[in-house]
Design a protein around this ligand. Structure first.
Ligand code: CAA
Length: 271
């Protein structure tokens, strides 16, 4: 996907059928484009999301990524037509593993990621939003994990990422009832970070605030949070100290502190 030509770094962006990818002023925008099926996550769309994650991991222009959906949904879940065609538990397991793997690749991106939830984020759609670092919802958005109503369970990370984010009790309330929550309720339970009339506009405002900060520090802060999650506190604190050390070795750290002392805004270079 990426080739080195002399010193020139050329990133080849694949042609996507079910989503679009564009980068402007540091913000990469990934838009799911299957509005006729409320952006249901077909296997083809999941594979394109894996490719987009690979692009995002390498694109030097992409400093924050926003995921959103075209039309009235962010994503209404795994594609139920494909689920209906699953013949046995082994196939179903493979299906879950595919979604989990793609969303884990998104969760592991070194840049901050934001889900701009413009409408329905249900099942696999909410699980995609949970794989992002931050979530912003439009006032009319509806979020939920309705799988048990279909005789299924959330299979693209929902049973793991939701309780880690909002706590076991609140997560099991949503998982057991399968109910849809409004953007405001999602905000009150910590499921989303911000609510605004227009999710994308709100997400861009958030991205712009993030973009003012030092890029390497952002990556290290995310790494510290993500790596610490599965560890006990003492081990996790050691990782934090190591990464603090890396941050302190950057040119941007010198610039940040100098700018503070000189009472001017910093000019970070990502070095
Ligand atoms: N898969 C495939 N197609 C879907 C879909 C899905 N998850 N969700 C919606 N669609 C399709 C509909 O079939 C419909 O297509 P047709 O016009 O060809 O009939 C089109 O999108 C529009 O949907 P509706 O007519 O249903 O729109 P609505 O406004 O009346 O209702 C909705 C919207 C409440 C979101 C409703 O579509 C809905 O409940 N969708 C299913 C949500 C769901 O159960 N998601 C979980 C899927 S399972 C899962 O995700 C498992 C996992 O964890 C991995």
């Amino acid at each position: 996907m990426a080739e080195e030509h002399g010193h020139e770094f050329i990133l080849e962006i694949p042609e996507f059928e079910h989503l679009s990818y564009e980068v402007e002023e540091g913000i990469a925008l990934v838009t799911l484009r299957r509005p006729e099926a409320l952006n249901a996550l077909s296997q083809d769309l999941l594979r394109e999301l894996a490719e987009v994650a690979e692009v995002l991991a390498q694109d030097p222009e992409a400093r924050v990524a926003i995921f959103t959906g075209e039309g009235k949904a962010f994503a209404a879940g795994a594609d139920l037509k494909e689920i209906a065609a699953i013949k046995d538990p082994f196939m179903a397991r493979e299906y879950a593993l595919l979604g989990q793997q793609v969303f884990s690749e998104i969760a592991a991106l070194p840049i901050p990621t934001i889900a701009a939830i413009n409408g329905y984020a249900l099942g696999g759609g909410l699980e995609l939003a949970l794989a992002c670092d931050l979530r912003v919802a439009a006032t009319g958005a509806r979020l939920g994990l309705p799988e048990v109503g279909l005789g299924l369970i959330p299979g693209f990370g929902g049973t793991q990422r939701l309780p880690r984010l909002i706590g076991r009790g609140r997560a099991l309330d949503l998982i057991f009832t399968g109910r849809h929550v409004t953007a405001e309720e999602a905000l009150s339970m910590g499921l989303v970070n911000r609510v605004g009339e227009d999710a994308l506009e709100e997400a861009r405002k958030l991205a712009e605030k993030i973009l003012k900060n030092a890029p390497i520090a952002l990556a290290l802060a995310k790494e510290s949070v993500v790596r610490g999650e599965g560890l006990d506190l003492a081990e996790a604190l050691e990782i934090e100290a190591d990464l603090f050390g890396y941050a302190a070795a950057t040119e941007d750290m010198k610039e940040g502190v100098r700018a503070f002392l000189e009472k001017r805004p910093p000019n970070f270079k990502g070095e």
